[in-house]
Design a protein around this ligand. Structure first.
Ligand SMILES: NC(=O)c1ccc[n+]([C@@H]2O[C@H](COP(=O)([O-])OP(=O)(O)OC[C@H]3O[C@@H](n4cnc5c(N)ncnc54)[C@H](OP(=O)(O)O)[C@@H]3O)[C@@H](O)[C@H]2O)c1
Length: 269
């Protein structure tokens, strides 16, 4: 099987945890995986400040509950990633929080949204409007964030910018077809991560960029498609985040720009 050439033995080396007084931002923290990442960062006392973004306050109760418990460490910010002005306000928020960043995770994603926005099974179901929406939510924000977050990563410590991709975005692994928009938008996301990682090597060499496949995780996004998934292959979002944090902790600069599955294995592009 073709791989991206990431060195797995390095992945298995000692964990590289974040140092004290680290700062994190989780995009899409109202979602299943995003909220579990937020909890994981708050449990890690090395993160002195965590920013959680949500799109719709009425769907973000979990974030606000955590904010009540950790008023000095957690800040909730509204960011609809399809609105560039929302993304543009992120640097100001980071500046007011001290100006450095050690971990950013983009957990925003869309697969379905009501009857008119469902993953396509056949070519006749393709529409420009829906295809654009997949790219607007799943691909473009990570590219824009790579730009807006760059100045905050440029410090002496190790830092990580991870984005939650999906194995179905692997072109090499595509054997069953379907889900045109979702697949293509995740493939584009992967290309953005790879390309930005090359530029970061020059401009922010201590920052590792990675695309991560979470495995099938029991969230609102996967709910309609869980029928054929055996129970042992359907992860809780807390388990998924535990597995992905383990990867994030172990990543070093040789892994930047790679695409990893939940078990630490590199995935083919
Ligand atoms: N669950 C799986 O089995 C699975 C498998 C492979 C990959 N993934 C990927 O994992 C990531 C997290 O998904 P999940 O499973 O946690 O799904 P989820 O619970 O549906 O979470 C999706 C998140 O994206 C947010 N979002 C959607 N559109 C947005 C927009 N325009 N602006 C800002 N936020 C927006 C949602 O906000 P609202 O709360 O406002 O809707 C929610 O926070 C996604 O990228 C998904 O593609 C998931």
């Amino acid at each position: 099987m073709q791989t991206n050439g990431a060195n797995l033995s390095v992945l298995r080396e000692k964990k590289q945890f974040f140092s004290a007084n680290s700062k994190a931002i989780i995009f899409g923290a109202s979602g299943g995986i995003g909220l579990s990442f937020l909890k994981a960062c708050l449990v890690d006392r090395n993160f002195s400040s965590v920013i959680a973004t949500y799109r719709d306050r009425s769907r973000a109760a979990g974030i606000f509950q955590l904010a009540n418990q950790c008023p000095n460490r957690l800040q909730a910010v509204q960011v609809d990633v399809t609105q560039e002005e929302d993304i543009n306000q992120v640097p100001d928020i980071l500046k007011s929080g001290g100006g450095s960043l050690h971990l950013a995770i983009n957990c925003v994603g869309v697969l379905h949204e009501g009857n008119d926005f469902q993953p396509e099974k056949r070519l006749e179901q393709l529409s420009t409007e829906n295809l654009l929406h997949y790219f607007q939510v799943n691909s473009l924000p990570t590219a824009l964030l790579a730009d807006r977050l760059l100045p905050f990563f440029r410090h002496g410590d190790r830092s990580v910018f991870a984005t939650i991709s999906a194995k179905v975005g692997s072109i090499g692994d595509n054997r069953i077809g379907g889900w045109y928009g979702y697949r293509a938008s995740k493939a584009a996301l992967n290309m953005f991560i790879k390309t930005a990682a090359i530029e970061y090597k020059r401009r922010s060499p201590n920052t590792i960029l990675a695309a991560l496949h979470p495995g099938t995780t029991d969230t609102q996004l996967s709910k309609p498609f869980q029928g054929n998934v055996p129970p042992e292959k359907l992860f809780s979002s807390d388990r998924t985040v535990d597995q992905l944090m383990d990867i994030i902790y172990r990543l070093n600069s040789t892994h930047s720009g790679e695409f990893f599955s939940w078990d630490g294995m590199p995935l083919p592009w």
